[in-house]
Design a protein around this ligand. Structure first.
Ligand SMILES: [Zn+2]
Ligand SMILES: [Zn+2]
Length: 159
């Protein structure tokens, strides 16, 4: 049995990862949720990948260290973190919900239409876009959801 979770690419340094895990743990306990070892494993599985995992993907990784964790517990933890504003949920065209626990504030994404990979896109000018949208629509804009679709670098190479 594996004792450590697969080491996928992570945007966080080990220290930043521990900070983020501790922050989320604190938020959970401040809001009256117990932080069980299972929950902490779920936080780690969520935060050590940049791939915007689904609940099932998180569950797969958690089960390698904590086999008794149920998918329901993963969903419940993600829902709680979402309510606390610490996780962003994305709907892409593949009908499954993906989660970003590294950057919980709304931000643009690029989605690969072939392999399903999802990346963050750093963009200047979103504020400008939003104020243009406010002017053009007359709405009080409250959030935005910007997603670009195409082929990732790896899939382009395989063409
Ligand atoms: Zn791809
Ligand atoms: Zn993201």
């Amino acid at each position: 049995m594996k004792t450590q979770m697969d080491n996928l690419a992570t945007a966080l340094s080990p220290e930043a990862l521990e900070d983020r895990v501790a922050t989320l743990q604190q938020k959970l306990s401040d809001s009256g949720h117990r932080t069980t070892p299972q929950r902490i494993n779920i936080l780690r599985a969520l935060l050590t990948t940049e791939t915007h995992p689904t609940a099932e993907e998180i569950w797969d990784r958690v089960r390698s260290v904590s086999p008794t964790t149920t998918l329901a517990t993963v969903y419940k933890t993600l829902d709680t973190l979402k309510e606390l504003g610490e996780v962003m949920e994305l709907d892409t065209r593949d009908d499954s919900r993906h989660y970003d626990g590294l950057h919980p504030d709304p931000h643009p994404h690029a989605v690969c239409k072939r392999c399903g990979r999802i990346d963050d896109v750093d963009l200047d000018g979103l504020d400008t876009l939003q104020s243009q949208a406010t002017k053009a629509s007359g709405y009080r804009i409250e959030e935005q959801d910007v997603t670009f679709y195409g082929l990732c670098a790896r899939c382009q190479q395989e063409e």
